[in-house]
Design a protein around this ligand. Structure first.
Ligand code: BGO
Length: 269
């Protein structure tokens, strides 16, 4: 049976280098339908049953750029068997922002911490086991350029695609925001699948225009979400999207504090 694994990550995270390492010469290049965004697909080296789909480089799953829309629509509509989320380990904070969003899609995710050679050269280390436990998904360190960790990554990604174990959404935000999201979830509990409700409730809270349109038939739910959003925006004196962004970064700070060890002494040259 053919399995589909999507490759997602920030621009410059090493996605192209990893895609080449995973697929070798077995690549086809075209455009995503309706947009001039390049689409690359390939067959996993040594396993004809696995196709790797290279998503555009993105920082977030918002609907504001063609790249973000392509990635988001693909993940929602095609539901790949797993996602490999490539993360630039030398820019953990910025890259983990996307990871927190991918983990909400109820699709299995394997995080590949790339540029580990750069991280080590700086005298730093990343505790992948700790990060994995906190995020609730497998975390593998790799260097796409040097070819290290790729076999382990392939093994983990194929297992994730086979077993279909998606990360369980955790309540990672502070009290008032989680309370608001729980209220939105309740308003849509009868109309949305349980495994997608976290993602939808965050998008409804943010006022994501595409999701508001998609769910417009539940007028009472939409009104409830708007009321909850307004209440929270007044409480935080900020707009809903910025509230969620800040909450994600606060969570990422705790992740990094526990898993990223910086060198303490003078840097060796
Ligand atoms: C240049 N380790 C190191 N050290 N570098 C890596 C690794 C890694 O594990 N993986 C990727 N890179 P892309 P996107 C470059 O091109 O795959 C490097 O945007 C240069 N080019 O080699 O393109 C990779 O697809 C001149 O670096 O990323 C590339 O996600 C000088 O990260 C860059 C230095 O990788 C981005 C680097 C002319």
């Amino acid at each position: 049976m053919i399995r589909k694994i999507a490759l997602a990550g920030n621009p410059n995270s090493g996605k192209t280098t990893l895609f080449n390492a995973l697929t070798g010469a077995n690549q086809s290049v075209g455009n995503w339908p309706g947009v001039t965004v390049e689409k690359k697909e390939g067959v996993l080296r040594g396993n004809k049953e696995v196709r790797i789909i290279d998503l555009p480089g993105i920082y977030s799953l918002s609907p504001y750029s063609p790249e973000e829309r392509v990635a988001r629509n693909y993940l929602r509509d095609e539901a790949p068997d797993a996602i490999i989320n490539i993360i630039d380990g030398s820019n953990l904070e910025r890259n983990l922002y996307l990871t927190t969003q991918l983990a909400e899609l109820s699709i299995p995710v394997v995080a590949a911490i790339n540029m580990i050679d750069v991280v080590k050269k700086r005298g730093e280390s990343i505790d992948c086991a700790k990060l994995s436990k906190k995020l609730g998904l497998p975390v593998v360190e790799i260097s796409a350029l040097k070819g290290t960790g790729i076999d382990t990554l392939i093994k983990e990604a194929c297992a994730a695609a086979e077993e279909k174990t998606a990360p369980v959404s955790k309540r990672i935000f502070q009290g008032s925001v989680e309370k608001a999201l729980a209220e939105v979830e309740m308003a849509f509990a009868d109309t949305l699948p349980a495994d997608r409700i976290r993602w939808y409730s965050i998008k409804l809270f943010e006022g994501d225009p595409e999701v508001l349109d998609e769910l417009k038939d539940n007028t009472r739910g939409i009104e409830r979400a708007a009321a909850v959003r307004e209440r929270c925006e007044a409480e935080y004196d900020d707009d809903a999207e910025s509230i969620i962004t800040s909450e994600r970064y606060a969570y990422i700070t705790t992740l990094i504090k526990e898993s990223h060890k910086k060198q303490s002494g003078p840097r060796l040259t």
